[in-house]
Write a protein that binds this ligand. Structure first.
Ligand code: SF4
Ligand code: SF4
Length: 237
């Protein structure tokens, strides 16, 4: 039932994407910063960082329209896409992109806040929307399960930083837990994971925290022995 709700929410989020993609855009934030404006996507990325200090990456697993598009692509390419270098590229992209945004803010201050800066529902926006959707879909199709989340997403580092801050400050946040002794190593959790994580290994080693985990709970729901639990708790010392 949980997964039906999750997929229903993701699908609805994808349907609303023409109205919301401005607030997740890595481009609009740059164009706004060039005029000394802190726009909606800047505020939204800040919100994601704060939210993840309690909600971890629930946004990615349950609400992100880009995630929804990629989960559709996974019906055509369900190859695993996960690895050190595959995951590292998004941090490199994110670092240079954010550094450029901050440079523009500093150069064009004093800053003004305008949540709806550049927001428009003109017909040409639909063309941009189609290009964005096509890029996300094709990238996931070419790479594998949620390939964009692993390698390109500019929003994921904000949430991963939020998680790290919460753990550093011992703030309880959403996380998985495993009852390792009940695991029969059937492998269903790893197979089902939309982020291609080796969940069996995570369970065996009781290391359920992963930067790449999007808190979707697919693994918890598929486990025949109900090994994987979830809840809000602080990182064990
Ligand atoms: S699905 Fe459950 S029992 Fe099977 S390997 Fe994963 S944690 Fe172990
Ligand atoms: S480990 Fe579980 S909760 Fe995390 S992404 Fe994989 S299936 Fe989802």
């Amino acid at each position: 039932m949980k997964q039906k709700i999750r997929k229903g929410i993701l699908t609805y989020s994808a349907l609303l994407f023409p109205l919301t993609f401005f607030f997740m855009s890595p481009y609009v934030i740059i164009m706004s910063a060039a005029y000394g404006i802190v726009n909606g996507s800047a505020l939204f990325f800040g919100f994601l960082l704060l939210f993840s200090m309690i909600g971890s990456r629930l946004f990615c697993g349950w609400l992100c329209p880009g995630g929804a598009i990629q989960e559709q692509a996974a019906h055509s390419n369900s190859k695993a896409w996960n690895g050190k270098w595959k995951n590292s590229s998004k941090y490199i992209i994110w670092f240079f992109w954010l550094a450029f945004v901050v440079f523009l803010w500093i150069s064009n201050g004093p800053l003004a806040v305008n949540f709806f800066n550049m927001y428009s529902l003109d017909s040409h926006i639909f063309v941009i929307y189609m290009i964005v959707v096509t890029l996300i879909y094709v990238f996931a199709l070419a790479t594998g399960k949620r390939g964009m989340c692993h390698s390109l997403c500019w929003m994921a580092p904000f949430m991963i930083i939020g998680e790290k801050c919460a753990d550093f400050l011992h703030i309880p946040r959403f996380r998985l837990k495993a009852e390792t002794e009940n695991c029969i190593s059937c492998g269903r959790c790893s197979k089902k994971c939309p982020m291609s994580l080796d969940v069996v290994e995570m369970v065996k080693t009781s290391q359920m925290d992963s930067n790449e985990c999007i808190s979707c709970l697919e693994c918890a729901d598929i486990c025949p022995k109900l090994v994987i639990k979830f809840g809000i708790s602080a990182k064990a010392k």
